[in-house]
Design a protein around this ligand. Structure first.
Ligand code: MRU
Length: 354
């Protein structure tokens, strides 16, 4: 309480240290174990990092990009110096780039580290410059998140609840989030009542991760099966949908976690605005539209089993795309660190991503 008898809210902890550089290795909050166990793993080699990205110990487009940028430092550290050093590092960067195909942040951060590598003389200089490059990415991502939070919160019509899909929070970025940065900002401003979080089958990033990070910050969260989202929308329980993105094409078509597209269809049917929140690092002007975004297919075991328990008869075919493409026509606006893009998205995207 303050002197006027009004309650004073403590400042929110805004930072989830998902990816940390120790000076010689990458320390990752192991997202495979959340919410049951809060445990870190240490990746000291490129192979260990590739395994962590592939198995989703680290996940979410910006966090993958940051992990890959530090992967370039690991690549420089484990490549013998001398003639052929840059080529050896480059081959290890190719290995990191082959881990997951959809989130463009992985490729843009590797491209940016390659540019740094190309002007370095020798291993020592490369290690220092690549570590600095990765650190810059972390700072820029945190700044972008804070700006997106402010921009996105302005879209709320007043105190209300919102719906989100997958995890686009601190865990998926350098520490604050994209769609959830909006939730954090709105909550601080007293505008947010509650977040409805789709559980996000099959790997449950919504139930496990979004609910974990929101609830530990005291934000009311209701987890629902993905199939209940249309009921929430048509029942008037939320004023808007906010999701993140893994890649945004030049026309605004957006790849995000599987289940985003049907959510956008349901939002359109219910007359609820559907917003994408993503930093400019997630835009890919080289993809003209969603049809040219590669969509990752994940292992069948993710659908066949829940933990150790078999959920499907042995031998049946499984379809397990990790992402889907939401056509730009279903997106009300795209929030990035530079502001809110409205239709036609193509113009705004071209202006911001020369
Ligand atoms: O397979 P994941 O967990 O890496 O998928 C993550 C998502 O789809 C997120 O919504 C997206 O990366 C945006 S994160 C700010």
């Amino acid at each position: 309480m303050n002197g006027d008898g009004k309650s004073v809210r403590a400042p929110l902890p805004r930072y989830t240290p998902t990816v940390e550089w120790t000076g010689t290795a990458l320390r990752l909050l192991d997202q495979r174990l959340l919410p049951g166990r809060v445990r870190h793993i240490v990746c000291g080699t490129v192979d260990e990092l590739c395994d962590a990205i592939r198995t989703l110990a680290v996940r979410g487009a910006p966090a993958i990009g940051i992990a890959a940028a530090y992967g370039a430092v690991l690549a420089a550290l484990e490549s013998p110096p001398g003639e052929g050093f840059a080529e050896r590092v480059s081959a290890l960067l190719d290995r990191i780039a082959s881990t997951r195909p959809t989130a463009v942040n992985l490729f843009s951060s590797i491209a940016s580290q390659r540019r740094i590598l190309s002007v370095c003389q020798g291993r020592e200089e490369a290690v220092a410059a690549l570590a600095e490059g990765a650190g810059r990415l972390v700072e820029e991502d945190l700044e972008a998140s804070a700006a997106m939070g402010r921009e996105g919160a302005r879209l709320l019509p007043g105190r209300c609840s919102i719906l989100t899909h997958c995890n686009a929070g601190g865990l998926a970025t350098a520490g604050l989030g994209t769609a959830l940065a909006v939730a954090y900002e709105a909550f601080e401003q007293g505008l947010l009542e509650r977040v409805y979080a789709d559980e996000t089958r099959p790997l449950l990033q919504g139930a496990r991760l979004t609910a974990w990070e929101l609830s530990r910050r005291g934000i009311p969260v209701t987890v629902l099966p993905d199939s209940a989202a249309a009921t929430v929308l048509s029942g008037g329980l939320v004023a808007a949908v906010f999701t993140g993105a893994d890649r945004i094409a030049a026309n605004g078509d957006t790849a995000n976690k599987i289940g985003t597209f049907p959510l956008a269809l349901a939002a359109r049917a219910a007359g609820v605005p559907f917003y994408i929140v993503a930093p400019l690092t997630t835009f890919d002007p080289k993809c003209p539209d969603g049809g040219s975004i590669p969509v990752e297919q994940r292992p069948r075991g993710e659908v066949e089993f829940s933990g150790r328990r078999r959920m499907t008869p042995r031998g049946v075919d499984i379809f397990n795309p990790a992402f889907d493409i939401t056509p730009e026509a279903l997106i009300s606006a795209i929030v990035c660190e530079k502001g809110v893009l409205r239709k036609p998205f193509r113009d705004g995207i071209a202006e911001l991503t020369p």
